[in-house]
Design a protein around this ligand. Structure first.
Ligand code: MG
Length: 345
């Protein structure tokens, strides 16, 4: 097998603000695995908060390329991923890229979409939220307008004055809201007040209100929260799920955190067994990675897979958005097509 990879900057249509920073680009690395003339594609979007860099990712992929070069067959993927995991204790995004590329390749070799390979079948179109980053009022109003096709909005909060932000949004739309605080609040009484106030404003869930370490406070909040509180930064991998038991009512699963679709599938099953709600999320990634995650839509309580809609130079085509819903296609593998034939040259 031949593993190729290419660093790439995904450009936002608008600068993207969250509680800690604003950015115009997201670094990503695209991956291609070739086996007897068939290509599988993957993506390692580099989330800063996981402590990964493009350099680390490229060095990891270089080691992985040497490993894959010595492996005869791309199937079974699970046996290959086992070896890939031994290359590094970190590099979750790089591992995710390889895992999704192997799934894509296997599907193409067998001429079946991933959802058929897994035996659960195609998910019906499902509503995704559209994310509105932190910005000045005029830009927020413009973004709400641009997201008019979407039926749910996800608001990045943790600003100086979140009540003003939500009130401003309510002047423009009455759509249900997901609010993502990105660890922005530290006082549990303030969190509880905000949750009650949000509920009156037709907010339907709140993501990661407090910093990762504040589990005792989150247990207190979760016990009487009027809204689902979803762990994002607090849960990266399967083994983190037990650590947040009782502290959140659901988890946001992302391929770049959890090392790929193989572990994402396990997290979905385990979360459901624990009575946790499942949200499928993404980094600011292209349709290469979101199309892999969207294979699992039928298992989700909440879907936040709008990243391709936020970027303007997506070199892939995969999932589509229709009337605010994510729609899968019938193509084999993860249903992704490379639009830029020079990407790996
Ligand atoms: Mg989040």
């Amino acid at each position: 097998m031949i593993l190729s990879f290419k660093p790439y900057l995904l450009e936002f249509k608008h600068p993207f603000g969250v509680s800690s920073n604003t950015r115009t680009h997201t670094p990503t690395v695209f991956v291609r695995i070739e086996y007897s003339g068939v290509y599988g594609y993957g993506e390692a979007c580099i989330p800063k908060y996981l402590g990964e860099t493009t350099e680390d990712t490229l060095a990891f992929l270089d080691r992985a390329a040497r490993l894959l070069d010595g492996i005869e067959s791309p199937i079974p993927e699970s046996a290959i991923m086992k070896q890939v995991h031994t290359l590094s204790k970190v590099n979750n995004a790089g591992k995710a890229a390889i895992d999704m590329a192997l799934q894509d390749l296997a599907g193409k070799m067998l001429d079946e979409p991933y959802y058929n390979l897994m035996g659960f079948g195609k998910s019906a179109p499902a509503f995704t939220s559209a994310t509105i980053g932190i910005d000045d009022e005029a830009k927020v109003a413009q973004k709400i307008k641009e997201a008019s096709d979407f039926k749910i909005l996800k608001i990045k909060a943790g600003t100086k004055d979140d009540k003003s932000l939500i009130n401003f949004i309510r002047d423009h739309t009455d759509k249900p809201l997901y609010v993502d605080v990105n660890q922005g609040w530290t006082d549990k009484y303030f969190v509880m007040d905000m949750l009650h106030w949000f509920k009156e404003k037709n907010v339907v869930l709140v993501e990661q209100p407090m910093p990762i370490g504040h589990l005792n406070d989150m247990a207190w909040v979760n016990e009487s929260s009027p809204l689902p509180v979803i762990a994002d930064e607090s849960v990266k991998r399967l083994t983190d799920i037990n650590k947040i038991s009782g502290c959140f009512s659901g988890i946001n699963i992302k391929l770049m955190k959890c090392t790929g679709p193989t572990e994402a599938g396990k997290m979905i099953r385990f979360a459901k067994k624990k009575g946790l709600k499942v949200m499928l999320g993404c980094m600011a990634e292209s349709s290469c990675a979101t199309s892999s995650m969207a294979q699992f839509m039928q298992f989700a309580d909440f879907i936040d897979l709008d990243a391709p809609n936020l970027i303007k130079n997506d070199p892939f085509r995969g999932i589509k958005y229709e009337n605010g819903k994510v729609v899968l296609n019938d193509l084999p593998g993860n249903g992704v097509e490379l639009l830029d034939n020079n990407l790996f040259n």
